[in-house]
Ligand binder design. Structure first.
Ligand code: B12
Length: 229
């Protein structure tokens, strides 16, 4: 079976909310040597976009959205397990930094954030995933407790994006802004939004998140070393 066909089946599995089919596709893709992260983001991701659109247009009911989301969660879980295994097998070298990840207060969407957690771990970061619906105050507390380098927040609703702004404001008010690098993500976020609220980084997906995190860490330590010289 070719890659396009497997990707189409992955999309269909989400749209049809068919868990068995989704898990079968993961195995088929693994056997065919297809990049599982690509399958997750592009194959299953296309299914997610489709159900999101249908829900938006009122063609899909909330219970149907929930069913489809459960299937997406299962497929994500199965793929991340393989990716984490492979990551552990190939993990070497020093720790790149510590990242606190959270979906902001009022937001239960955690599928994308979990994928970001996995790609960052595979790249050598220690990731503390606080889960979803996490208030800004708790995120800051945990970041201080773990001496984090990066705070990454996820918002999938236009109504919860303001929580990312709230976190930036809190960091400023508490004099903590220079102590942490902040990254924002989630479908409604844009580079413009990141800039507007004063976040240090933005990424569109879990692959780019690693690149941005590494760049920001490098920049931080370069300027720190300069200051110490
Ligand atoms: C699955 C889903 C759900 C599931 C969530 C299950 C779960 N545990 O996550 C359920 C059914 C629970 C749900 C509920 C709701 N949902 Co919903 N949902 C979706 C859907 C279809 C897919 C989201 C998803 O998982 N995408 C897949 C992942 C892989 O993509 P991603 O999240 O964007 O993440 C990637 C990037 O954004 C980035 N990223 C993500 N986070 C971060 C963080 C950092 C730091 C970085 C750097 C990068 C990064 O990397 C990720 C991987 O590449 C979207 C539609 C869509 N296309 O987005 C609607 C959508 C987000 N939901 C929507 C709505 C309206 C709701 C509800 C309000 C519905 C209702 N009436 O109750 C509730 C809200 C609940 C709440 N309080 O949060 C709307 C939002 C509209 C808006 N503009 O605000 C959308 C867009 C659907 C639509 N088109 O109408 N939803």
């Amino acid at each position: 079976m070719d890659k396009q066909e497997i990707f189409r089946k992955a999309k269909d599995a989400i749209v049809e909310a068919d868990e068995d089919k989704a898990l079968r596709v993961v195995e088929e893709a693994r056997e065919a040597g297809i990049d599982l992260l690509d399958l997750l983001l592009s194959g299953f991701g296309a299914g997610n976009d489709e159900i999101g659109d249908r829900f938006d247009k009122g063609v899909l009911s909330l219970p149907e959205l929930i069913y489809a989301a459960e299937v997406m969660k299962s497929a994500t879980g199965a793929i991340l397990e393989y990716l984490d295994q492979d990551g552990t097998d190939s993990a070497h070298g020093e720790k790149k930094g510590t990242v606190i990840l959270a979906a902001v207060a009022g937001d239960v969407h955690d599928i994308g954030k979990s994928i970001v957690a996995s790609t960052l771990r595979t790249a050598g970061f220690e990731v503390i995933d606080l889960g979803c619906e996490v208030p800004a105050e708790v995120i800051l507390e945990e970041a201080k407790k773990h001496n984090a380098d990066i705070i990454g927040t996820s918002a999938l609703l236009t109504s919860t994006m303001s929580e990312q702004k709230k976190l930036e404001k809190l960091l400023q008010e508490r004099g903590e802004k220079d102590n942490f690098i902040t990254m924002v993500g989630g479908a409604p976020c844009t580079p413009r939004w990141a800039k507007r609220i004063g976040a240090d980084g933005y990424s569109e997906d879990a692959v780019e998140a690693v690149k941005v995190a590494l760049e920001l860490i490098e920049k931080k330590y370069k300027s720190k070393n300069k200051m110490e010289e």
